[in-house]
Design a protein around this ligand. Structure first.
Ligand code: GLV
Ligand code: MN
Ligand code: MN
Length: 419
């Protein structure tokens, strides 16, 4: 059945060539920055739609900005298996985060078409557009739309320039009123599978090219505003200051201590804005974000309580105001056991003496949202030095090829299970 399928080496070479095409589209020349609904996101979406069509999928850009491609199975409009990932990036991000998973799905569709293999279900490839949640305070909004868990309040949120998400969506060519209609019916999707760079060092340390994700960690994000009192940097005595920056800095350090005290937890202050922001003015207010994650929902809840309590103590002692607004609260999401086994069967069938190592994901993924709709699973690819969300993000062409071949075999395994 699989004799005429491309080898891992061929798939790797095709993937790297496709990534060169896709990663031409960036909001910042010289870097890979492709924020949700930006002009480069539109260009990348159009490139992706074209690549899907070349692979024999009927493709379109949907109301929320995702690219959806589909080849029907024996029953027109019948249940599908979706392979997906995202084409938005962080600012100055890596080449593989999201993009590789989309390219992998397209290459799997192409390989099956070229080999003349008819699946007993429809095959879909989806390129989501808002996985990074950098531009708007959403959470996986484009996959949430498909999964039927889109929060309509997201449409009213604004980016750093004050642009409403709904308006950015219209400018992109999307349709805010059509987002609710993207929700798939329960049962219409048999499985969601996502191939993704690991974004961590485990597979490299274990010397394995791929890994099967067991669960995606719980995650919360908050916007914190600390309000002190601006004043003259030369005249206000230290004892009389209400310096919003030193209070915020103490909170950031407290956050580090809290993360260290909770099992397998991480916490990050990723943005920090000081106002008014002059060398000779005591900072009057600071806005920063807090992102904290760990494998257990209960541990995350106790971290949340510890953070609020410590930040409150620091604010009270320093006489500054504190506003702590949680805007993301995602529970840990286990991946489907049956699909994990299908990926393990794919690893075995792909050959090459590769182990089917299982590991959790510290990063968020569209699979988190899709798990609300259908059984979902993820395959990780070894990441050089575990560096991601960075232009230094890297992997070998050989590993990419092995992973795509495993994905292909996993889809064939799902087909076999229908038989
Ligand atoms: C996305 O990559 C996230 O985990 O924040
Ligand atoms: Mn990603
Ligand atoms: Mn990412």
């Amino acid at each position: 059945m699989t004799a005429s399928l491309p080898s891992a080496a061929v798939l790797g070479a095709r993937a790297f060539a496709a990534l060169q095409g896709l990663n031409r589209f960036t909001d910042e020349p010289g870097k890979l920055t492709r924020l949700y609904l930006s002009p480069s996101h539109r260009q990348a979406a159009e490139w992706t739609r074209g690549a899907m069509e070349v692979a024999g999928l009927a493709a379109f850009i949907d109301a929320a900005g995702s690219v959806q491609g589909r080849r029907d199975g024996p029953v027109p409009g019948g249940p599908s298996v979706i392979i997906g990932s995202h084409i938005d990036t962080v600012k100055d991000g890596g080449r593989f985060d999201g993009n590789l998973g989309v390219v992998a799905g397209i290459l799997v569709a192409q390989a099956l078409r070229d080999a003349g293999i008819a699946l007993p279900f429809a095959l879909e490839v989806v390129a989501f557009g808002d996985e990074e949640n950098v531009r708007y305070p959403t959470h996986l909004s484009t996959s949430a739309a498909l999964a039927g868990v889109y929060d309509p309040a997201w449409l009213e949120t604004r980016d750093a320039e004050g642009i409403r998400l709904a308006d950015a969506l219209v400018a992109f060519g999307g349709d805010p009123s059509g987002v609710a209609g993207l929700a798939r019916k329960r049962g219409a999707v048999k499985a969601y599978i996502e191939l993704h760079i690991e974004q961590g060092p485990v597979l490299e340390v274990e010397n394995e090219p791929v890994g099967i994700v067991t669960a995606i960690n719980a995650q919360r994000r908050a916007r914190v505003c600390v309000t002190g009192e601006a004043g003259h940097a030369g005249t206000v005595p230290m004892s009389l200051r209400k310096d919003a920056l030193t209070a915020s800095a103490e909170m950031a350090l407290a956050l580090e201590t809290i993360a260290a005290a909770h099992h397998q937890a991480v916490a990050t202050v990723g943005t920090f804005q000081v106002s008014p922001g002059a060398a000779n003015v005591v900072p009057g207010s600071v806005a920063f974000t807090v992102d904290f994650r760990c494998p257990s929902d209960d541990t995350l809840a106790s971290m949340d309580a510890a953070i609020r309590s410590r930040f409150g103590e620091i604010a009270a002692r320093r006489g500054v105001g504190l506003d702590f607004a949680l805007y993301t609260n995602a529970r840990a999401v286990p991946m489907d056991a049956g699909l994990q086994d299908a990926l393990a069967a794919g690893v075995a069938r792909a050959g090459g003496n590769v182990a089917a190592r299982r590991l959790p994901s510290g990063a968020a993924h569209d699979a988190m949202a899709m798990a609300a709709l259908c059984p979902s699973a993820m395959l990780f690819v070894r990441n050089e030095r575990g560096i991601s969300h960075s232009p230094l993000e890297n992997m070998t062409e050989a590993d990419a090829g092995i992973a795509i071949r495993v994905l292909l075999e996993a889809v064939l395994e799902l087909a076999r299970r229908e038989g």
